[in-house]
Design a protein around this ligand. Structure first.
Ligand SMILES: C[S@@+](CC[C@H](N)C(=O)[O-])C[C@H]1O[C@@H](n2cnc3c(N)ncnc32)[C@H](O)[C@@H]1O
Length: 233
């Protein structure tokens, strides 16, 4: 997500707004922030999380399924772009999302995000499941679990290879970006594992280096110069 400061519209907590690539994002009324970049929600999800995170890992590591942990699951857009890619390329995906406040299912349906999946039965399965407590199996090799909880209230995470860190911006939710919160989030990320986020700050780089990561700065999604990728040594 790009931390675009937008005026708080005084509407319901979340509403759909269009972005530059034709996809929608959600605007959080209280935070005044969008769930993804207004310069392109699909573009950001694909670039930051799928290409710079999951694909980066897959091209360098043979172990399958790829185990992804996402902090700030929201609508599951980052899951959907990842699942679509894995289904198309025959890659096993074991995905866990952490989210204390799922969005209204009707808004998810209206967003059209499920259309990212090729097969109607997969789209229906996702929309019917959201936000499910049971594991969703899109195929024998692609599965999703959602933990409805805040990051710091999750006692332990499943071992993971890729961590999508998609919290609201540090200016809005600084508690998500403290060294303690980041250390907790990466606690089950395996050696060689990849941490990615749209937000790059000096504090986050220092925190990850102190936790034993090598920090990289790939080009950011549209509208952003850089993003962060960090590899666990
Ligand atoms: C920038 S949005 C992420 C959008 C999401 N990845 C998607 O695809 O729709 C940030 C998300 O973090 C969630 N969040 C807020 N506080 C959180 C917490 N303490 N732990 C985990 N997630 C949190 C919000 O509810 C929101 O869904």
């Amino acid at each position: 997500m790009l931390p675009d400061e937008l005026p708080v519209p005084g509407k319901p907590p979340v509403s759909l707004v269009p972005t530059s690539d034709g996809s929608f994002t959600l605007l959080h009324g209280e935070h005044g922030q969008t769930y993804h970049s207004v310069h392109g929600a699909f573009q950001e999800a694909r670039h930051v999380f799928l290409e710079q995170g999951l694909c980066h890992y897959v091209h360098r590591n043979a172990a399958r399924p790829v185990r992804v942990l996402e902090v700030g699951f929201g609508t599951g857009l980052n899951f959907l772009v990842s699942a679509a890619y894995c289904l198309q390329h025959g890659i096993g995906l074991d995905y866990t999302g952490i989210e204390p406040a799922p969005v209204p299912p009707a808004l998810l349906t209206e967003s059209g995000y499920a259309d990212l999946l090729d097969l109607p039965e997969h789209r229906n399965a996702y929309l019917t499941w959201y936000p499910g407590r049971e594991t969703l199996h899109l195929s024998p090799a692609v599965q999703l679990r959602l933990t409805q909880s805040s990051l710091m209230q999750v006692a332990s995470f499943p071992e993971s290879d890729v961590l999508y860190f998609d919290a609201f911006a540090p200016s809005t939710q600084p508690e998500m970006w403290t060294p303690d919160a980041i250390a907790h989030a990466v606690s089950a990320l395996q050696p060689g594992g990849v941490f990615v986020s749209y937000s790059i700050t000096g504090k986050l780089k220092r925190t990850l280096k102190e936790l034993g990561f090598t920090v990289e700065k790939p080009k950011g999604a549209a509208g952003k110069r850089e993003m962060i990728r960090a590899i666990r040594d």
